[in-house]
Each structure stands twice: as structure tokens, then as C-alpha cells.
Design a protein around this ligand. Structure first.
Ligand code: ATP
Ligand code: MG
Length: 434
């Protein structure tokens, strides 16, 4: 017998039990972004490989070893998107969305693909919400992006468990001078570096700052620091950002070693980190990429953005028990009909109720079943009320409303009065107004 088919390692099904929490998270983020004036854009999941090579940078972890790249039938090299910024910038350029200096504030969400070692909080297909703003060069928009994520953490109830780390990378000219100083410092200590960092000194020296190897971390304690090399403009930008975060009451720590893994960042970079998820502690990361559009062949266009990892945030909500109470209940009313004729009547009645009370979550029992088994299902569904339609009710053209949770008496109402009666019960239930 052949082996049962399985999903690809690191690519997960999101099961019905998990979907309500995902939906809650997605709706919360989408509503918040709407309120801040950001508009949704949806890009394809597959792009030409060249897009990522040109935007993310050849000597980054993503492009060097994490991309799912394959040949299309006509020989084109295609890649499953490893992140969204490149595609978003491509779409903005292709459709002239930021032409003539017009401001564009966008968000997107969806699956991203990276060939990494699967572990808790790290998958090969994972999901991001991304936000990008174009043609806003000042620190005010950097601050807005951070402030809105801070509001999101508060809304989700996790703000006490995340820390904002902040740094400025300066302009590419400033970074080039710094890079030389760093390289000569590291070269003088070449033998003490871990193997990965030795390689990075040659390819992408700033990434050495990112190293998680303790001996390399120790070595870096006395290394030249980027902030000493910052140009005036970047310094001023950073001061402006910090003033705004202080004014908005968003706490942060400056992390002079925060460099981010992608080449396109300059000036502001930031990460929201948590100690709740072990090694996969970054839940949201971003920064400014004023040079990216130009690097991709367009006109100089300031840009800034971030992406948050949905799986990691969902894990946090689960770990911290921040799952809203109402998500546990997915049914309001469960309709039990007994006998074929009753079932037909129940179907018609249920449709009438759905007409009258859009938003009411009403399940009609499927198929026959004993009294006992139907009530078991009704109870399991989480419904607040069961409707009962048996022989007697059919004759009398009534239906019984049985409270399943509250200690209220069962009542019997005429078919015409069913919707009205249910409306009274659910009047204060937010599920009907959402
Ligand atoms: P990490 O350092 O954890 O590898 P990264 O710097 O590669 O993260 P970004 O490219 O900045 O990540 O992506 C933004 C966010 O997307 C991350 O902060 C994280 O929350 C999430 N993320 C990135 N890669 C993965 C993955 N393989 N699985 C799950 N979430 C991920
Ligand atoms: Mg990574």
C-alpha cells in the first residue's frame, strides 16, 4: 500500500478549530489599517525570480538559500514570494501608484514561502500582514507605522509582552564608511569569528552584527558602532522619530546592532520582539527603504514599511490565553427536526429566520437522529438555543425554543412568531450587529 499523502513539511493546514482565531486576528488587523487610512492591495504569489534578486539583495539569507525557485514551462525562472515588499513595490511601479510624488499607503496579507528549517514559529509557508507607505520622507510616517502596531498589540492584549527595538542605519554612503571600519575590526579578529560570520565579512559584513553566536557577540562588544557614523540627515530623522514615539507614549529600546536581513533598508529599522516564543521572538519587523524603487529602475521614491508574522502572533495569543471568549461559540441556534415532514418544515422556517435575522448563526441538524443524539449535537455546537420541531409541533404549526445554557423555561411559539422571538433573545448579542 502506498504511503498516505501528507502536506509538505513546514506547510500547515489551518484547521476549523483554529480558523476563528485566524479570522479574528485578520479582521482586527484589517479594520485597524482601514482606520489609519491604509488601503489593501493584493499581489500574485508567484513573481519572476529576478524581482527578489534585485530588491532583496543577492547576498541575503533569503536569496542565497531560502527561495522556492522553479522554471516555468517556457523556461522563465519563477519564485514563490518570500516576502511582500518586493511585489508591492513592483506593483506600485507597474501601475504608477506612486507617480508624481503621490502618497500611497498600502497593506496586504497572505502566504509567504521560505525554505527554512521548520520549528515552532518558523515555517516554510507562513503568513504576513505587510504595510507600506510611499512618498512620505519624514519620520512622522515611521512613527505612525509604529504607533499603529502599538495600538494593535494593545487591542490584542499582548502589549505587555512585546518590546520595540529601534535603530538607524543611516544613508548608504554613511553605511559604506561604517562598513569599512567594521570590516577592518573584524578582519583583525578573523580567527575568533564563527564560520558563518567569516563568510559574511566578505559578502555582507553588517549581517555579522546579527550573529546569534555568543563568542561573536562578545567580540562585537568593542566593535565600532554604526551610530557614530550616521550622517546629519539620518541623525535628525532618528531624533524626529524618537520625539514622536515619546509623545505618543510608545516605549522602545535602541539596539545599535539591529541591522535587518534585507539589503534595501536605510535610516529607520525596527523590530517588535517577545520573550514568549523562544528563539523565534520577532513578531513584526520593518524599516525605511528610500532607495529601493530607484534600485529597481524607477524614480527615487521614499518608502517605509513593515511585516508581521501571523503564525507567531497567533502563537502568542494562544500562549498568553488572549483568545476572546466569543470565539469558542460558533453557533447561536441549533434547529432539531424529527421526521421527514418536520425536516421540510424546519428547512423553510430556517430560511425565513435567516431572512429576518441576517447574521444569526443558525444550524439545521443534518439527517435523522434520535432525540438524544440531536440534543447532544445541539449542545456540542455551543448554541444558546435549540429549536424543536417534532410531530406535535408540526400539527400545531409551532416550534419549541429550548434554552441550552440559561436557566430559562422552554417556550412554544407559532411559526410566524419565531423570528420575532429569537430577535428578542439575540437583541443584545453582538454577533447580529457585526
Ligand atoms: P527571522 O529573523 O525570524 O528569520 P526575518 O528577519 O527573516 O525573521 P522578515 O523578513 O523581517 O523576517 O519577516 C517579517 C516577519 O515575518 C518576522 O518578524 C516573523 O514574524 C515573520 N517570519 C519570517 N520568516 C518566518 C517563517 N519562516 N515562519 C514564520 N514566520 C516568519
Ligand atoms: Mg529569516
Amino acid at each position: 500500500m502506498s504511503k498516505p499523502l501528507q502536506a509538505i513539511r513546514g506547510m500547515n493546514d489551518i484547521l476549523p478549530e483554529q480558523s476563528p482565531l485566524w479570522r479574528y486576528f485578520e479582521t482586527t488587523v484589517a479594520q485597524l489599517l482601514d482606520c489609519y487610512g491604509y488601503r489593501q492591495i493584493r499581489m500574485p504569489i508567484v513573481e519572476f525570480t529576478e524581482l527578489f534578486q534585485r530588491s532583496i539583495g543577492e547576498v541575503t539569507d533569503i536569496v542565497e538559500k531560502e527561495m522556492y525557485t522553479f522554471a516555468d514551462r517556457n523556461g522563465d525562472s519563477l519564485t514563490l514570494r518570500p516576502e511582500g515588499t518586493a511585489s508591492c513595490v513592483r506593483a506600485v511601479m507597474e501601475h504608477g501608484l506612486a507617480g508624481g510624488g503621490q502618497v500611497q499607503k498600502l497593506w496586504y496579507h497572505g502566504p509567504m514561502f521560505r525554505h527554512e528549517r521548520p520549528q515552532k514559529g518558523r515555517y516554510r509557508q507562513f503568513h504576513q500582514f505587510g504595510v507600506e507607505a510611499f512618498n512620505l520622507p519624514g519620520p512622522d510616517v515611521d512613527a505612525e507605522l509604529i504607533v499603529l502596531t502599538w495600538r494593535l498589540w494593545k487591542k490584542l492584549g499582548i502589549s505587555e509582552h512585546v518590546t520595540l527595538e529601534l535603530n538607524s542605519l543611516g544613508t548608504s554612503a554613511a553605511r559604506a564608511v561604517y562598513r569599512e571600519a567594521l570590516v577592518s575590526y573584524l578582519n583583525a579578529r578573523h580567527d575568533q569569528l564563527d564560520e558563518d560570520s567569516q563568510r559574511r565579512v566578505l559578502t555582507n559584513p553588517l549581517r555579522v552584527l546579527d550573529s546569534k553566536v555568543p563568542s561573536t557577540q562578545t567580540l562585537l562588544a568593542d566593535a565600532p558602532q554604526l551610530d557614530a557614523y550616521l550622517d546629519d540627515e539620518s541623525r535628525e530623522h532618528f531624533v524626529g522619530l524618537r520625539a514622536r514615539l515619546d509623545a505618543a507614549g510608545v516605549p522602545y529600546v535602541i539596539n545599535p546592532r539591529l541591522v535587518r536581513g534585507l539589503d534595501y533598508y536605510g535610516k529607520t529599522v525596527f523590530e517588535w520582539v517577545t520573550d514568549q516564543l523562544g528563539a523565534q521572538g520577532t513578531v513584526c519587523a520593518g524599516g525605511r527603504y528610500d532607495g529601493l524603487v530607484e534600485q529597481m529602475g524607477g524614480r527615487a521614491t521614499p518608502g517605509v514599511g513593515f511585516a508581521m508574522g501571523v503564525e507567531r502572533l497567533i502563537l502568542m495569543l494562544e500562549t498568553l490565553g488572549k483568545i476572546p471568549e466569543e470565539l469558542s461559540r460558533q453557533t447561536d441556534v441549533y434547529f432539531c427536526a424529527f421526521g421527514e415532514t418536520s425536516e421540510l418544515a424546519a428547512l423553510a422556517l430556517a430560511e425565513q429566520v435567516r431572512d429576518a435575522l441576517p447574521g444569526l448563526r443558525l444550524q439545521v441538524n443534518a439527517g435523522a437522529g434520535s432525540f438524544k443524539s440531536q440534543f447532544k449535537k445541539a449542545d456540542k455546537s455551543g448554541a444558546l438555543y435549540a429549536l424543536i420541531l417534532g410531530e406535535d409541533e408540526l400539527q400545531a404549526k409551532t416550534v419549541a425554543i429550548k434554552p441550552l445554557r440559561a436557566d430559562e423555561p422552554q417556550q412554544t411559539v407559532a411559526w410566524e412568531a419565531l423570528s420575532k422571538n429569537l430577535q428578542v433573545f439575540f437583541n443584545h448579542d453582538s454577533s447580529l450587529t457585526n
